[in-house]
Ligand binder design. Structure first.
Ligand code: NAI
Length: 467
């Protein structure tokens, strides 16, 4: 089944690199049905001050996936940046930009660079609220919200997990902006505690950015508010060797947009010189987003192979390293000719499909004063009688105390009561709610619950000590 996507060819080099990228994606077997919309310069000049026609929003709302070439915003005349409008209107709160060195095939001072910048995309100084307050003083409001911080920080940790990344670094200036950046840092610490498997650290943004520029190999995933992220992501893309290489994803709850990080490159537009790689890599991220992992791998690996064989567009071409200077169209043909081949120098790209998650039970945490595990166990068994979830154990501070607990074990008033599907059956969320209702009806104080999942059949929770 083909997935409809909205495509915009944009301005400058946009039409050339979009045609080349789509040609490669389709040749690799992408199941896409592109709907083209018109955006950018021509639309601005037709009198739409936001660079997009009202009917184009319909396509975006329908497909929820936007594959976008760069566009130019005419200077002056009250034209609004389409990128900012699209991000804010569609709630694309996260900008994800992987930046990686491709040494020795692409020249860079930092051959080990491999970082992902995750930038908050809607808030901070980009809320666009500015005032002139007096003859001498102007202000720009910096807005940071707790839900905004929570969404972007969680995105960063989930991205790290899904992509087998080891560390997430947070960049803020909370030594000066103690409330706004302080909140971002605080939420990073709070949410980070839920990801014990991932290393984390915090950097004051100025020294953090300086270290990215000089020792990028120290970093893995970086999460940061909007303005710092905007600056940092261009520094990181530039360090890889060419702005023509990086793609980015803008992710929201309902819609996602994929684009190259560079602009319309008017100096080389229409000359078959542009490198389509940035838009192509954004296309690979789009295929992963759409669950077409295998096609994404085919494209990425054929592209790595093309780079390795020294087939380079003018922005990458270097005597002694490159073998063949090609234009946009010939580069696309070279990638297509290598579909199905793996790179020899670089590790092949294999995006990990999300694991299949299944609910198998729930840990119910109780505040319960009588320190008698057997009494608690029997009462809970009675409360859950006849339900699709049954009590399998109770722990106190992680040690199993029911069934068959040791009378010597010291107990506090904090109990973790594990219920799993009766007769090994998978319970539903409704079953969990039903269980909680019964436990509360029996007079217990439920202070917290934690669902128990398996991921591809593997337990996503630890066993109780002594279980
Ligand atoms: P730019 O990224 O278009 O160009 C900077 C330099 O990089 C130029 O020398 C250009 O030739 C080169 N370059 C960029 N992409 C390349 C590619 N794929 N292959 C080979 N060389 C490449 O930045 P600039 O000149 O500041 O902006 C030009 C226009 O692009 C402006 O109108 C700006 O508003 C717009 N722009 C649009 C963006 C978007 O739609 N997402 C993002 C950034 C700029």
């Amino acid at each position: 089944m083909k997935t409809p996507i909205t495509v915009a060819y944009g301005d400058g080099i946009g039409p050339e690199i979009m045609a080349a990228s789509l040609q490669i994606l389709m040749a690799a077997g992408a199941q896409l049905e592109p709907e083209t919309i018109d955006i950018g310069e021509a639309v601005y000049l037709r009198g739409h001050s936001s660079g997009i026609q009202p009917e184009s929003w319909e396509s975006l709302r329908r497909t929820r996936v936007f594959y976008k070439a760069p566009i130019s915003t005419p200077q002056g005349g009250g034209f609004k940046s389409l990128n900012v409008t699209v991000r804010k209107t569609l709630g694309l709160y996260a900008n994800i930009r992987p930046c990686r060195a491709y040494a020795p095939y692409v020249y860079t001072h930092h051959p080990k660079l491999d970082i992902v910048i995750i930038r908050e995309n809607e808030e901070d100084l980009y809320a666009g609220i500015e005032h002139r307050q007096s003859d001498e003083v102007y202000q720009c409001l910096k807005l940071i919200s707790r839900p905004g911080c929570e969404k972007i920080v969680r995105t960063a940790f989930e991205y790290a997990r899904a992509n087998n990344r080891k560390k997430v670094s947070c960049f803020t200036k909370d030594n000066i902006m103690k409330m706004t950046d302080g909140l971002f840092h605080k939420v990073f610490d709070e949410i980070g505690a839920e990801y014990p498997d991932i290393e984390k650290d915090h950097w004051i943004v100025d020294i953090g950015m300086a270290r990215v520029a000089t020792q990028p190999q120290r970093f893995d995933v970086i999460v940061t508010p909007n303005l710092y992220g905007d600056i940092l992501s261009d520094i990181a893309a530039e360090l890889t060797g060419s702005v023509g290489l990086a793609g980015s994803a803008n992710i929201g709850e309902h819609v996602a947009m994929f684009e190259a990080v560079h602009g319309t490159a008017p100096d080389i537009a229409g000359q078959d010189k542009a490198n389509p790689s940035g838009l192509l890599m954004a296309g690979v991220m789009m295929l992963v987003h759409l669950g077409q992992h295998e096609v994404a791998s085919r494209v990425h690996n054929a592209w790595l192979r093309t780079l390795e064989e020294g087939i380079h567009t003018p922005d990458l071409y270097r005597e002694g390293v490159s073998k063949q200077l090609v234009g946009t169209c010939a580069f696309a043909e070279a990638v297509i000719a290598r579909l199905g081949q793996l790179p020899q120098h670089f590790a092949p790209y294999t995006p990990r499909p999300p694991a299949k998650r299944e609910l198998i039970g729930v840990d119910v945490f109780l505040d319960y004063e009588p320190r008698q595990p057997a009494l608690l166990g029997e009462s809970l068994q009675k409360a859950a009688a006849g339900l699709p979830l049954s009590l399998s154990m109770i722990t106190n501070r992680g040690v199993k105390v029911f069934p068959n607990g040791f009378p010597e074990t010291f107990c506090t008033d904090h109990w973790r009561c594990r219920f799993t599907g009766t007769d090994g059956k998978h319970p539903t969320n409704q079953d969990v709610i039903g269980l909680l209702q019964q436990v509360i009806n029996a007079g217990f104080e439920v202070i917290k619950t934690e669902n128990l999942y398996t991921f591809d059949g593997e337990a996503g929770y630890s066993l109780g000590q002594g279980q």
